[in-house]
Design a protein around this ligand. Structure first.
Ligand SMILES: [Zn+2]
Length: 156
């Protein structure tokens, strides 16, 4: 790979660099390429992904949020798939997948529940009961609010 600016030879370096996430700036150790001729610095696509992950991990530390590998460890301890954990937490699909890959940072509320589950795995059972209860309440609501065919006909 050669420098996109001057065509000179590039070498890989690892140094501290600033990274941004929303309104936050953090300093992380990142690998990137530097031109030996003009000193231009740039990231390869893989280095950029790694840099972004490091920035998000640093933000997690700043806010006291669990790192991705800890989320994986908690989920495995609970013997849940990513999909099952998403259902239990009531997140959208692929949300746990993104937390675990480091792409998305979990909110504090979700982080609290993950920590609760880590402290007391029996909470899985309680969350399942809550899911069932909600399901029953929704069923009951739907039965009680079934549209009256007569009223629908009149409305038309
Ligand atoms: Zn150059």
């Amino acid at each position: 790979m050669n420098c996109a600016v001057c065509g000179g030879a590039v070498s890989q370096v690892a140094e501290k660099r600033l990274g941004r996430y929303r309104d936050e700036t953090v300093e992380v150790e990142s690998e990137f390429l530097r031109c030996e001729e003009c000193q231009e610095e740039f990231f390869s696509p893989a280095q950029m992904s790694a840099h972004i992950r490091s920035v998000k991990n640093e933000i997690r530390k700043r806010y006291g949020l669990l790192p991705p590998e800890k989320i994986v460890a908690i989920r495995k301890k609970l013997e849940l798939t990513q999909d099952e954990l998403e259902q239990l937490l009531g997140t959208g699909p692929k949300v746990v997948v993104r937390w675990e890959s480091g792409k998305v940072i979990q909110g504090r509320g979700q982080d609290n529940i993950l920590r609760l589950l880590d402290c007391d795995p029996t909470i899985v059972k309680t969350l399942r009961q809550i899911q069932q209860l909600r399901h029953n309440e929704q069923d009951k609501y739907q039965r009680a609010n079934k549209p009256n065919p007569k009223m629908v006909a009149q409305a038309v």
